[in-house]
Design a protein around this ligand. Structure first.
Ligand code: ZN
Length: 242
């Protein structure tokens, strides 16, 4: 069974289409949240995701912000502007889909959470200390997260209570060992200085995980962002991958 694992699409349709095309035929799609926010295509992206067969999808912080479930006065002005634009753009049907999303899901051996199992919508897993604490907050062998837009893997070795970190620089494929927290990276706004879309393929029978990247038409997305009047900094960062 091949499961396509995606996260942080951020309303970037070209990126999402490139990922779906290159992933080819899969048995299921697991989406770890942040379908919208930053990008120019919230409705086409939500519609494409909603229509995917065997979809499991959870809520991200940008999705919650677009639904006005959280107060955005503490956000920086550019982030507020992008969220306001997204709120005004989303159709009733697509908002309804986002509203239906849960904060976590458990499927077989895997817990899905946008940020972390401890604080699913908000917490950033950026270091081994935070990751170590989070291993107490899920009961499955594996936990898949997004939110940081960085492909990364935290695992608990048998002999220790401290998580270790692996960044996929010299490998793309690995067999997950219990217990592991893993992030496929971001489809629509990668932040590891590689502007290509990031995603993963997971095979639950063998525990095989493959980090993947695919190029997409960044200039086309930037042009639509400019036409929509979205913040220039968010437009620039797509090309730099941060
Ligand atoms: Zn995000």
């Amino acid at each position: 069974m091949h499961i396509l694992v995606i996260s942080d699409i951020h309303a970037n349709l070209d990126a999402l289409e490139s990922v779906l095309k290159e992933a080819g035929s899969v048995d299921a799609v697991w989406c770890l949240g942040d379908l919208v926010g930053y990008g120019p295509d919230p409705n086409p992206c939500v519609e494409l995701i909603r229509g995917l067969p065997n979809l499991a999808c959870i809520l991200g912080n940008h999705d919650a912000a677009a639904l006005e479930q959280i107060d955005i006065t503490a956000f920086n002005p550019e982030a507020r502007q992008a969220i306001q634009w997204t709120r005004n753009s989303l159709t009733v049907e697509n908002s309804g889909f986002l509203k239906s999303l849960q904060e976590t899901l458990v499927i077989g051996d895997v817990t899905l959470a946008h940020g972390s199992p401890r604080q699913p919508v908000w917490e950033y897993l950026l270091d081994t200390r935070t990751a170590t604490l989070n291993f107490d907050y899920f009961g499955t062998p594996f936990c898949f997260v997004g939110h940081t837009h960085l492909p990364v893997l935290y695992y608990l070795p048998d002999d220790t209570r401290s998580a270790r970190l692996l960044v996929p620089e010299n490998f793309t494929q690995t067999t997950l060992t219990p217990r592991t927290i893993i992030n496929p990276g971001s489809v629509g706004q990668p932040r590891d200085r590689d502007p290509r879309s990031a995603y993963a393929i997971f095979e639950p029978e063998t525990g095989t995980w493959e980090f993947r990247r695919v190029a997409y038409d960044i200039a086309a997305v930037q042009e639509r962002m400019r036409s929509a009047g979205l913040p220039e900094r968010h437009i620039q960062r797509l090309a730099a991958g941060w």
